[in-house]
Structure formats: structure tokens, C-alpha cells
Design a protein around this ligand. Structure first.
Ligand SMILES: O=P(O)(O)OC[C@H]1O[C@H](OP(=O)(O)OP(=O)(O)O)[C@H](O)[C@@H]1O
Ligand SMILES: Nc1nc2[nH]cnc2c(=O)[nH]1
Length: 179
């Protein structure tokens, strides 16, 4: 185990089993539909690359990168698009893939933005859900695990851009934050 880790919340086997289960459910629900996975960079990269292999359907994938205006985002929900989709999404069934939903502000902005582009449907799939801190009302179609109100890293999630490559979801030791 990485030396900076205090405890593992979700181990690798549990993550992989859940991804397999979610992939099978998505394949069932979207059979015969034109499915486009939209991965929100950077955190969702690890999840989406595992998930897409478990969805036994023809599908496409695209990426968006978003960021806040200054330090206000967490309260205002104002989001800036740093990288937009490569193509239009008219008529497509969109599944937004996220690593974690916390306040829900990032997603509530993204959903409205994407709906305005004329897709057939827009739904959400997240591997982690932190419901205690939700301020925006979000309807999540597929959830992997609920996590407590603690800062988590691993399986794509970072602290200061590190720990994204850990194969499990974990909490860091307190001293790591003061280094
Ligand atoms: O529900 P919210 O409170 O809006 O928070 C969730 C967002 O925060 C994280 O992204 P982050 O801004 O850390 O970027 P990253 O994915 O590049 O690490 C996560 O990937 C979500 O996109
Ligand atoms: N790395 C990380 N990013 C987040 N963004 C929102 N909540 C979290 C969290 O618990 N960990």
C-alpha cells in the first residue's frame, strides 16, 4: 500500500466487480441506441476506460474538460469549458461519466449545457457519490458507491494531481496535507 494512505475505503476487487455490473446494466438499457459516453476530465479517465470495456455495445466516447471561474465555482456553479466535445451530439443518447459527484454543481452546469445541444437523452454514471455535500438537485442513473464526507483519492481522483493511479479509493494521512 502507498505510504501516504490512512485507509482504503473501496478495494480494487470491489471496484472492478462494480464496474462490470454497471457495464452490463448500461448495455441492457442502451441496446439498439446510439450511445455516446462523455468523460469529464481528468478524474473520470480511469473509470471510463474500465467501464467502456464492460459495455458490450457499439458506442462512441468523447471528452470534456471543465474548470471554475476563479475560486467561486463550488458555490456559484459557474463552470468554464476548457476542452469541448469534438462533434455535435444531436440525436445521440448521452451518458456523462464522472468519478465523483460532490456538490453536484459541475454536473448541473454540464447537463444544462449538453441538453441545449439537442441530444436524444442525457444521463449520468458516477463511480462515487458523496450525497452529504449535495447542493444541486441531480438525478443520477448509475452509481457505483456512496462515500462519506471525507476527501478521497485514487481510481482517478487526485490530491494536488497525485494519487490518480492508485487502483483503490482511499483516504490520505493528515500529514500529507501539511507537506
Ligand atoms: O460535484 P462537484 O462539487 O461539482 O465536484 C465534482 C467534480 O470535482 C471533481 O473534478 P475536479 O474539479 O477535481 O477536476 P479533476 O477531475 O481534473 O481532478 C470531479 O471529477 C467532478 O468533476
Ligand atoms: N480528489 C477528490 N476530488 C473531489 N472533488 C469533489 N470531492 C472530491 C474528493 O473527495 N476527492
Amino acid at each position: 500500500m502507498n505510504n501516504d494512505i490512512k485507509k482504503i475505503l473501496i478495494d480494487e476487487d470491489s471496484l472492478q466487480a462494480k464496474v462490470k455490473e454497471l457495464g452490463a446494466k448500461i448495455a441492457e438499457d442502451y441496446k439498439g441506441k446510439d450511445l455516446l459516453l462523455i468523460c469529464v476530465l481528468k478524474g473520470a479517465v480511469v473509470f471510463v476506460s474500465d467501464l467502456m470495456k464492460r459495455i458490450d455495445l457499439p458506442l462512441e466516447i468523447d471528452f470534456m474538460a471543465v474548470s471554475s471561474y476563479g475560486c467561486d465555482t463550488k458555490s456559484s456553479g459557474v463552470v468554464r469549458i476548457l476542452k469541448d466535445l469534438d462533434k455535435g451530439i444531436e440525436g445521440k443518447h448521452i451518458l456523462i461519466v464522472e468519478d465523483i459527484i460532490d456538490s453536484g454543481l459541475t454536473l448541473s452546469y454540464l447537463i444544462e449545457n449538453l441538453k441545449a445541444r439537442g441530444p436524444e437523452s442525457v444521463e449520468i454514471c458516477t463511480i462515487l457519490d458523496k450525497p452529504d455535500r449535495r447542493t444541486a438537485n441531480i438525478n443520477i442513473k448509475y452509481t457505483g458507491f456512496q462515500v462519506p464526507d471525507e476527501f478521497v483519492v485514487g481510481y482517478g481522483l487526485d490530491y494536488a494531481e497525485k494519487y490518480r493511479n492508485l487502483p483503490y479509493v482511499a483516504v490520505l494521512k493528515e500529514e500529507v496535507y501539511s507537506e
